[in-house]
Design a protein around this ligand. Structure first.
Ligand code: CMX
Length: 135
């Protein structure tokens, strides 16, 4: 499996506006894009840090997994995303090694990406996302 970099760190926030005040206005970081992901009940903003990003995740409804995360754990780091060269072969390799994935196949992510999550119970309590493509 070819992992090329940390693609992004996902941070669960209650308010994207408040989070952007810190990351964009106080830190002066560049906002690459803001996107509404209706199928995941999320507003997400990607903020650039060198070749990686910070993804700010604001739930738009109680149906969002991020809403549940905020209720149980509060605001904070939600997941770490690793960039892979070939997500389909990465999925096959992980399945063969017995790791549980949260979807059978890669799903559409933000921007022009395909993504898959590993179950946090198989990855030392860290929710890990694999990402192919770019935001
Ligand atoms: N990081 C680490 N562990 C986590 C976690 C997280 N973000 N979210 C849940 N867990 C752990 C919980 O602590 C819990 O462990 P215990 O049983 O020991 O308490 C266990 O996983 C089950 O958690 P839960 O609160 O009962 O939540 P669910 O099982 O309903 O869902 C998960 C957990 C990871 C399967 C679900 O959040 C999911 O499918 N996530 C992937 C999709 C996602 O998060 N999308 C948002 C980002 C989208 C994007 O970036 O585009």
């Amino acid at each position: 499996m070819e992992i090329t970099r940390i693609d992004h760190i996902g941070i669960a926030v209650r308010s994207l506006e408040s989070a952007l005040k810190l990351y964009r206005d106080a830190f002066g970081m560049n906002v690459k894009g803001i996107e509404r992901l209706d199928d995941r009940h999320l507003n997400v903003a990607f903020v650039e840090v060198g070749e990686s990003c910070i993804e700010l995740l604001e739930p738009t409804s109680e149906a969002s997994t991020v809403h549940k995360h905020l209720e149980k754990r509060g605001e904070g780091i939600h997941h770490m995303a690793l960039h892979v060269a070939d997500i389909d072969s990465s999925i096959q390799q992980l399945k063969q090694q017995g790791y549980r994935l949260l979807s059978e196949e890669a799903q559409r992510g933000a921007g022009n990406t395909r993504i898959v999550f590993l179950h946090p119970k198989d990855s030392m309590g860290v929710l890990i996302e694999l990402v192919e493509g770019s935001h």
